[in-house]
Write a protein that binds this ligand. Sequence first.
Ligand code: 9Z3
Length: 360
Amino acid sequence: MSTTETGTFFSAEEYFATQPPPADLEHDIQGVRDFIARQAKAGRNVVLVTSGGTTVPLELNVVRFLDNFSAGTRGATSAEYFLQAGYAVIFMHRQFSLQPFSRHYSHSTNPFLDFLEIEPSRDGTTSPPEICVAHEKRADLLQVLTAYKSVHAAGTLHTITFVTVDDYLWLLRAISKELAVIGRKALYYLAAAVSDFFLPRQKMSIHKIQSGKGSLHIEMDQVPKILKPMVDEWTPDGFIVSFKLETDGDLLIPKARVALERYGHQVVIGNDLHRRKFEVVFVSRKPLPPLPPGVKVEATPTPAADYDPENPPPDTFVETWLRIPIPPPSVPHTTNQIKEIEEDIVAELVRRHTQWMEKA
Ligand code: 9Z3
């Protein structure tokens, strides 16, 4: 652990040595292990989709917590498109955030009670009234229900929940290690909004923080950068896609490049908070030019002494923008007919993942 004037930095190892795992970890991971074994037997690719925001509790008996912005739309929507593309999905999401299929009937945007109707009993008196789906809602519901039932029957969706950033990190490590058994067939789609800061157990108040002493000062530590051990140790052959969220669009590409350079994974998808539903940018490293015939690489080249990973040379990277038209405000967001950017994101990732597996 290193302490600077500005705070404490935990390495991933120190973090896991000092922060306790969630109580159900063993049980949850047994479920994931069984799921992966079934999918491996069926020869399917498996994607881990993380989705929703992580909390940072301020007290051990938690009354207050900090939260990260995310409704879970990106993750839940993408999970549906991965399932459609033939992937098995481990959907690791924040408890009560949106989920594949049921997301179409979220309680706030499309409450399900609103499209049910009561039909009076036919014979007038004896039988109870019937419940039916409003006529104009049937086509959409049938489409969602058909996909949902077929995924259920195929057993290709496994759901697991987290609440705190601690739960998230412990689960991510354990699931990555399990998924490593299928090597290149594993894809990681890290769309959850993960807190950059946390309050270590050792510094937390046991009981509710009391008011009456003026302002509240809390010093948080930085969450360890877990993508590095994920790439180097937990799942070295997996195809790893992380998301970078910014509110200043000019930071997207520079920050994504630094992340790729620091952690060495495959793709960073940059999204601006306000434009995320219509525009994203894929940032990846340029493929190396083929070696001349007869030339062999003996060892990984050492970076030049003046090489600065915080400021990588721009010609190392390639950026691809994906955009969809912004639907007019008159189109309700609740129909299945509007184009979702996740359809294109997932299609592009499936293409890249397939190439990655073929290269092996
Ligand atoms: C994202 O950027 C997601 O696309 C959103 C999706 C959270 C914006 P919604 O669930 O929103 O559809 O409402 N996720 C990653 C955010 C994040 O925490 N990234 C870290 C960072 O930016 C790196 S892992 O530093």
